[in-house]
Design a protein. Structure first.
Ligand code: ZN
Length: 352
């Protein structure tokens, strides 16, 4: 789950498109390849107007993106091969690899047929706590709570805060407020307890969305056996690692390997930081992922890959294929590399 930096990416996209910069800039800012980031891929989202709709694209759009990139010369490879190509400085031509966070069931039922058609590999990052129900899809539950409620009372360090959820406009503001409260004001360790209390006092089933939308272990085992699929790690509990102690953060990164090996029979080689933005992953967390022995680790920072990333294999940026802008021109602009420095204060090699 992500939403960090969306406004700046959109601004960068528009600057690049309206100035006609993208095609001209490619020789200077273009990368050696790209890691695409997906979450949900479904033609029938349960809540098409959800605040989280940026996390869903239609399978037809995935099909169009891959076809367009292939026509433009991209080769679709596994994350293992992407790492080898980064280490080789991009020799062998431009490449792309596809990733999907959180293990949504539609990755298997709706994305995989598209990937099979194109022979495009995917890495699906799994947080076992979300699958087992020891962690929550709290950003979805938060939306359900606001939709079910006319008024919420949050306990904050400044005393109770009353949130008006009575009208559609107020609900939109309330969801933003509740997201910020849960992500930054509540301790990471208390997130689940606070969320569950709000859910139960508003008659919301906190497990319903998770059970409906995420794969169970049998489904993950089935998809893991597919030749185009690799399973990566996404911490145990989808934790914001930066908000945890060193011991807890290391455990989330290390012990998830044992849990995935126990369920799937093999250890994950690749890792994705939950949330992946600046307030969730920094130098410390990158060091932990490297220490844990992962071959690669991806953030949600916006950027194309460059040869210099050979030195930063545990802080790889991605290109989010965003559900709000399902438009090939947007994707082409991002892949040109022109939005990379625009969205990152001029940096061409985006790490953390
Ligand atoms: Zn995630």
């Amino acid at each position: 789950m992500i939403d960090g930096g969306e406004a700046i990416r959109k601004l960068a996209l528009n600057v690049a498109r309206y100035t006609g910069l993208a095609p001209l800039a490619r020789p200077f800012v273009g990368g050696i390849g790209a890691i695409l980031m997906l979450h949900r891929v479904t033609a029938t989202p349960e809540k098409p107007q959800s605040v989280n709709r940026h996390l869903n694209i239609a399978p037809t759009f995935l099909d169009a993106v891959i076809a367009d990139m292939k026509a433009d010369g991209y080769v679709f490879v596994s994350m293992d091969e992407a790492v080898e190509r980064i280490k080789a400085g991009g020799k062998g031509g431009r490449f792309a690899t596809i990733t999907a966070d959180d293990a949504y069931r539609d990755n298997m039922t709706e994305a995989l047929p598209v990937l099979e058609k194109h022979g495009a590999p995917i890495t699906i990052y799994v947080a076992p706590g979300l699958i087992d129900g020891t962690a929550d899809l709290w950003w979805d539950v938060a939306e359900d709570i606001v939709n079910a409620s006319g008024r919420l009372i949050l306990s904050t360090s400044n005393g109770p805060a009353v949130i008006d959820c009575a009208t559609p406009a107020r609900k939109a503001q309330a969801i933003t407020r509740l997201h910020a409260y849960l992500a930054t004001e509540v301790r990471e360790e208390d997130l689940r307890t606070v969320l569950r209390a709000l859910a139960s006092s508003n008659g919301v089933d906190a497990d319903a969305t998770r059970l409906r939308t995420l794969m169970n272990w049998d489904e993950i085992r089935t998809v893991a056996a597919h030749p185009l699929v690799a399973i990566g790690a996404h911490t145990i509990n989808h934790s914001n690692l930066k908000r945890l102690s060193e011991a807890d953060a290391r455990r989330e990164i290390d012990a998830v390997k044992d849990m995935l090996r126990a369920e799937l029979g093999s250890e994950p080689l690749h890792f994705a930081y939950p949330y992946g933005y600046a307030s969730a992953v920094g130098c410390r967390e990158v060091g932990f992922a490297r220490d844990a022995g992962y071959v690669s680790a991806v953030t949600t920072r916006h950027g194309v890959l460059r040869a210099e990333h050979a030195g930063f294999l545990h802080a790889l940026p991605r290109i989010s294929i965003n559900g709000r802008y399902q438009n090939l021109a947007h994707v082409r602009t991002m892949l040109s590399g022109v939005t990379t420095p625009l969205a990152n204060a001029g940096k061409m090699v985006v790490t953390i």
